[in-house]
Design a protein around this ligand. Structure first.
Ligand code: DX5
Ligand code: ZN
Length: 216
C-alpha cells in the first residue's frame, strides 16, 4: 500500500503538536531539516526534532538537507527518528554513513536532487532502506513537480526487484501528480502543501486513493 508522509514544512511551526495531531492517518511524519548552506532555507535542528519526536505518536521520517551529514546525521538517529535520509550530493562516504545509521537503529535513506544521476547508486542499493528521488529542487515547499525525473524511479524500481527498499518522492506531490510517481515505481509519497491546504485527513485519504489507483 502507498505510504503517505506529510511534510510539516507546510504546517504552522508554532503549533506543531496540534499540526501533527491533524495527520493521525499518515504513515510517517516527514521532517525537513535545512541548514541554510546545502539549501537556501533554514528550519529545525536536533533540539527541535527531538521535541517533535517526544510529542509525535507517528514515527519520524527525517530528511536532512544539510552539509556534512557524515557528522550530523547520526545524532538524528540517536534521538529516535524512524528513518534518516541524507543527500548523496552532501555525503563524503554515503555507504559508511548509512551503515552507521542502521547500527544506531534507524532506517537509512539516500536522497538525490533532480539533477543527480541515479546510476552510481543502483549497485549500492543493499546499503539503503529507502531512496528519496527529489521531484523539486530541495529548499522550499509549494513548487511544481518535475516529471523529467521519473526515469530515475523506473531504474530504481527495476534494480530493487523483490527487496523491501522504499522508493520515495518529495516535492510537488498532489492528487494530480501522485499517480505519475506511483506508475514510475514510487511507493512512499511526501506531500506538504497538498496535505495541509484544507483538511489534512481528507487530503491524505485522497492522495492514498490516487496513488493506489496508479500503482506500478
Ligand atoms: C522541499 C522539501 C519537501 C517539501 C515538499 O525541499 O523536502 O519535503 O515540504 O513540499 P510540497 O509538498 O509543498 O512540494
Ligand atoms: Zn523533504
Amino acid at each position: 500500500m502507498a505510504r503517505i508522509n506529510p511534510s510539516i514544512l507546510a504546517a504552522d511551526f508554532v503549533n506543531l503538536e496540534h499540526e501533527i495531531s491533524r495527520i493521525s492517518t499518515a504513515d510517517l511524519v516527514h521532517v525537513d531539516v535545512m541548514d541554510n548552506h546545502f539549501v537556501p532555507n533554514l528550519t529545525f535542528g536536533p533540539q527541535m526534532v527531538g521535541r517533535i519526536q517526544d510529542v509525535s505518536p507517528i514515527p519520524l521520517d527525517v530528511h536532512l538537507m544539510i552539509d556534512d551529514p557524515d557528522r550530523w546525521a547520526p545524532g538524528y538517529a540517536e534521538l529516535g527518528a524512524f528513518s534518516v535520509t541524507f543527500h548523496a550530493e552532501a555525503a563524503k562516504d554515503a555507504v559508511a554513513l548509512a551503515r552507521r545509521l542502521r547500527d544506531i537503529g534507524a532506517r537509512a535513506g539516500i536522497a538525490l536532487k533532480p539533477g543527480t544521476p541515479v546510476e552510481p547508486y543502483l549497485e549500492l542499493l543493499a546499503e539503503f532502506d529507502q531512496v528519496l528521488v527529489m521531484t523539486v529542487e530541495p529548499g522550499f515547499g509549494g513548487q511544481s513537480f518535475i516529471t523529467d525525473v521519473m526515469p530515475k524511479l523506473v531504474a530504481l524500481r527495476g534494480a530493487v526487484g523483490e527487496r523491501d527498499i522504499w522508493l520515495q518522492v518529495d516535492g510537488g506531490v498532489d492528487e494530480s501528480t501522485i499517480g505519475i510517481a506511483a506508475e514510475a515505481g514510487a511507493d512512499t509519497f511526501v506531500a506538504g502543501s497538498a496535505v495541509y491546504r484544507g483538511d489534512p485527513a481528507t487530503n491524505i485519504a485522497a492522495l492514498r486513493a490516487a496513488a493506489s489507483a496508479h500503482r506500478h
